[in-house]
Design a protein around this ligand. Structure first.
Ligand SMILES: Cc1cc2nc3c(=O)[nH]c(=O)nc-3n(C[C@H](O)[C@H](O)[C@H](O)COP(=O)(O)OP(=O)(O)OC[C@H]3O[C@@H](n4cnc5c(N)ncnc54)[C@H](O)[C@@H]3O)c2cc1C
Length: 565
């Protein structure tokens, strides 16, 4: 039983974002007294969405980020969603510094809900091609689990979250438990048909997304309603139309009466009791008073987001673990990875002029990975998925001023259909891509600063070139014109899919976590955010983190019952 007087609980969850919300829900629902420690402030669903119903003209800077804020915060300003309507949900560079041996854009949201408030809600499952990748292609280490192990947990999570999608029947992108799909636009349908006609190995589908297109009883019970296609998601949705932990898992867990939420609580480190030879709790700094408190529990879930989970473990030193908790093999913080989102394409289409872009959709077209799927057929390893969307804008000329500009803006004439595509490339985790603690520099709460040494490699460069060639050919064959490709050269990190550093594997000599996400050397410590990832696939990762978390929590509960932890 939990006892807040002596700071003792059954379970502690570090972080209240996408994955922490699931750990909190699962364990408190099954009767465990669960303490959720969140370094940021509380963000209550609806009440704390200050911009959610604002009109564009109600924003002082019409939605733009003021120049001085941009100048002071160059990293977060590079994120497309860091705009005036949602800037209060992002960490500012100035407030939370870190070190870059090589450039790394670390995008963070420190609050209840974490980055689940801000995400683009794309939710594709991994396939067996992804789990067997490292073994087939000889990189990283073998995953200790396969698609069949996680498939039931994908279903479990999808039903609760609410995922809209079509059953596409593709081995490279397994189908899930879907609410009705949204409808593609005519330009997306055109591309879909053209790709089907021209390629046997490629498909265009409508990307699955965490939006309630037709709420089921469980979603109504969560207090959520149908997505209104406002496409203002990053402000927080008053309808609960998309999944975020602060609208869904956290309130659900609170309702059980078993969960305690402690905000402004920065976990400094995990306590390893050298006498008892086990982990007993966590050390927490109050972000306001800087007071330090210890909390104790039988089981601890690390869900601080991949980078902060690495930081906490590296900072958790003891006689038994002088180089960080569980770090006997020296691999903690290494094999850190991300997604390659550098390349894009754009094009126009002359035709379909009788159609207009009517209404909005929170998702878009998606080409699942087709490169090196069944066998190795290029000079780089693995492959990329492609996101694709199109629209039509008013054919206005904004270059003038005065009456000319006014009358041009009043024009109802539409220009041609234009489309954009982006690669979502798998990167190969490498020992040299790593995060570590700086030996001397600390933040204002006394936490060591984290330093990034992460970079692209030759495989990524070859993949970018291939994407540019292939997307150009696909668009050309589909009749598009004015096809352009670009390479943003953006630093790793801006994909906002940080992964690894505490990877899963079969062998404690080459990995940190076992097949249930437990530290090989401390069975009561579970890591189920992006830090646990052995390889990266091409899919947006959050659905997989949620499924891993639910599976690991189930295991933790049965291990507790059996007295094994
Ligand atoms: C603009 C944007 C678009 C995205 N689009 C997608 C998408 O379409 N699909 C997808 O799958 N993913 C997407 N993502 C990524 C997705 O948001 C993350 O994968 C997901 O939120 C990670 O979940 P998490 O639980 O690991 O971390 P988070 O959701 O970030 O939660 C971590 C929590 O831990 C807290 N914390 C950190 N350190 C400590 C500490 N020391 N003590 C206590 N608490 C701590 C943080 O404050 C935070 O609340 C996107 C992200 C952004 C920002």
């Amino acid at each position: 039983m939990g006892n807040s007087i002596n700071n003792t609980y059954d379970a502690i969850v570090i972080g209240s974002g996408m994955s922490g919300g699931w750990a909190a829900k699962e364990m408190s629902e099954k009767g465990l007294k669960t303490l959720v420690l969140e370094r940021g402030r509380d963000v209550k669903h609806i009440k704390d969405y200050p911009t959610t119903n604002k009109y564009p003209w109600e924003f002082e800077h019409r939605g733009q980020i003021p120049y001085d804020v941009q100048k002071e915060n160059p990293v977060v300003s590079r994120c497309y969603a860091f705009r005036e309507d949602a800037m209060h949900f992002f960490c500012k560079d100035t407030e939370h510094p870190y070190l870059q041996e090589k450039p790394f854009d670390w995008i963070r949201g420190y609050q209840v809900g974490g980055k689940s408030l801000l995400w683009a809600r794309q939710t594709q499952r991994w396939s067996e091609f992804d789990f067997s990748g490292p073994t087939r292609d000889g990189f990283a280490v073998e995953w200790p689990i396969h698609y069949k192990d996680i498939a039931p947990w994908y279903s479990y999570v999808e039903k609760f979250v609410g995922i809209s999608g079509n059953k596409d029947g593709l081995a490279s992108l397994p189908d899930g438990e879907f609410l009705p799909a949204l409808e593609m636009s005519c330009i997306e349908k055109h591309f879909q048909k053209a790709v089907a006609k021209n390629y046997k190995d490629r498909n265009v589908i409508y990307a699955r997304c965490a939006h309630l297109t037709e709420p089921k009883p469980v979603h109504i019970e969560q207090g959520r309603g149908q997505c209104q296609k406002r496409n203002l998601c990053q402000r927080g949705c008053p309808f609960g139309g998309y999944f975020a932990s602060n609208s869904t898992t956290i309130p659900w867990a609170l309702k059980t009466g078993n969960m305690t939420l402690q905000t402004n609580a920065i976990v400094h480190s995990i306590i390893y009791d050298d006498a008892k030879q086990k982990v007993t709790g966590v050390r927490v700094i109050d972000s306001k008073t800087k007071d330090v408190t210890e909390y104790y529990a039988k089981v601890i879930f690390l869900n601080a987001g991949a980078v902060n989970t690495n930081l906490i473990l590296l900072n958790s030193t003891s006689k038994r673990f002088p180089h960080g908790l569980g770090n006997d093999n020296g691999l903690l913080g290494k094999y850190f990875a991300f997604h390659n989102y550098r390349a894009r394409a754009s094009a126009e289409y002359e035709g379909l002029e009788e159609f207009n872009e009517d209404g909005r959709s929170p998702t878009g077209g998606y080409v699942p990975r087709f490169r090196n799927l069944l066998k190795q057929d290029t000079d780089f390893l693995r492959g990329y998925a492609i996101s694709f969307s199109g629209g039509r804008s008013l054919a206005t000329d904004n270059s003038g001023f005065g009456a000319g500009l006014k009358s041009s803006l009043a024009s109802k004439e539409l220009g041609p259909w234009h489309v954009g595509a982006q690669m979502m490339g798998e990167t190969i985790p490498k020992e040299t891509n790593s995060v570590k603690l700086d030996a001397s520099k600390k933040d204002e709460w006394g936490m060591p600063l984290l330093s990034f040494n992460v970079a692209y490699d030759d495989n990524d460069e070859k993949m970018i070139k291939d994407f540019q060639e292939q997307i150009t050919e696909m668009l050309d064959r589909a009749g598009f014109t004015n096809i352009k490709t670009s390479d943003s050269k953006q630093a790793p990190g801006l994909d906002i899919h940080e992964m690894g550093g505490v990877r899963m594997g079969k062998d404690p000599k080459t990995s940190l976590l076992n097949k249930f996400n437990q530290l090989h050397t401390c069975a009561n410590v579970f890591v189920t955010d992006g830090a646990c990832m052995t390889s990266t696939s091409t899919q947006n990762p959050s659905l997989t983190y949620m499924a891993f978390t639910a599976r690991a929590a189930d295991h933790a509960i049965s291990e507790l019952k059996n007295g094994n932890i």
